[in-house]
Design a protein around this ligand. Sequence first.
Ligand code: NVA
Length: 307
Amino acid sequence: MTRHFLRDDDLTPEEQAEVLALAATMKADQFGHRPLEGPRTVALVFDRPTLRTQVSFAAGIAELGGHPMTVDGGLAAMGKREGVEDVARVLGRQASAIVWRTAHQSDVEIMAERSGVPVVNALTDEFHPCQLLADLQTVQEHKGRLAGLRVAFVGDGACNMGNSWVLAGAMAGMQVSVGAPEGYWPDADVVARAREIGSGTGGSVELTHDPVEAVTAADVVVTDSWVSMGREEESQDRLRVFPPYGITSELLGHAADDAIVMHCLPAYRGKEIAEEVLEGPQSVVWDEAENRRHAQKAILMWLLERS
Ligand code: NVA
């Protein structure tokens, strides 16, 4: 059976731990794993802007002995020129795996059903599971563990990063508290699923509209842009409700003294995160950006070995 990574809970909690352990091994020995020797090709398809995802996958696939083949989603015009069902079968005949950034989760699901090779979600409106593997690897490096840590996700909890944090965090046995304005909590079905998983791992999810309550005693403070890709038309409304949720030094003062601050980037200084916090001693954002490569190499190799 071909395995895919379309959302965080496509892995079991045990499998998540396995992939994170592999990512740590790969970081320690960056050229020691060659599952794509040949070179075998991995298709990287982007329908949306990208920096970290493109460069970390391209560099990582090269380190695995493979060839990254970037496909411009605009040129391919999927859904306009031809349907995802057909593109999936064409890509699956050329590539050993497909990595896709696009808007709709339902489309990556069709790609996975039809391509015959592992498909990795490189961000949809609903989930950003590759970022979460990198984030968990980063937390593990700085805190030495995941289970039992308190995570505050503050800002737009309804975006891909909010959904992925409640799911992946609960899977890792973390206590995730989301502080977001009314209407911006993570998806209710995702929260229910995260709580169900958490009942087996010791993880939990709390939702509040109070940013101070979310951050109080947190070991890990996370935020993301208030205006995700595809939401640009809502900018004015969002910029009215989100300012109390910006990670300032004052808000961070409610977290544990040794809390780390995370942001998947791109960051908008003075909005969701203050300049002095992003550039301050508690920020681990550049480690997160680097760990994209190690974590993604791990999930690619793990999927290929099981497919
Ligand atoms: N929530 C952000 C993540 C960017 C990596 C977005 O979807 O734009």
